[in-house]
Design a protein around this ligand. Structure first.
Ligand SMILES: [Zn+2]
Length: 148
């Protein structure tokens, strides 16, 4: 009988161990999840601080100059590619509010800013390599005429 009792006690304590272990495991999982969400939060804050720092000290002789230049380049590349998308879509961007307008629109439908009209046929002459120069030239009508 004593044996059976001991056996019962052992099984009981084993059961306790198992449920305790399950509790520990779910506790660990919860903690890990909590850690990850806090880490995500910290990362977001770091990013915001970094962005604010970049914007405040852009063009300055900062310690992170190389990284700043890489960001400048990436942002410039993004802007160029977005312009390329607009051109491929036959659209342009309003300099006033940034809204998309058709290539032939004279005024922005959102804010009413007068838009420079791109002469038909010019778009075909443009290719990806010369987009950077041409985008600057778009703002100077005299240079555009020289091109034609
Ligand atoms: Zn606009």
């Amino acid at each position: 009988m004593a044996f059976m009792e001991r056996m019962g006690d052992t099984l009981l304590s084993m059961g306790k161990d198992v449920s305790q272990k399950a509790k520990d495991m779910s506790g660990i999982a919860k903690l890990k999840l909590n850690i990850r969400s806090k880490e995500d939060f910290v990362k977001e804050q770091y990013m915001e601080i970094g962005k604010a720092y970049y914007e405040r000290h852009r063009g300055e002789d900062v310690l992170e100059k190389a990284q700043f230049e890489q960001i400048d380049e990436a942002l410039e590349a993004i802007a160029q590619m977005e312009l390329q998308i607009l051109e491929l879509k036959g659209a342009k961007k309003c300099p006033g509010c940034g809204a998309e307008a058709t290539e032939t629109a004279e005024y922005c439908s959102v804010c009413g800013t007068k838009l420079s009209v791109i002469v038909e046929g010019q778009a075909e002459k443009k290719d990806i390599e010369t987009d950077i120069e041409l985008n600057n030239k778009d703002k100077q009508d005299s240079t555009d005429e020289d091109l034609v």
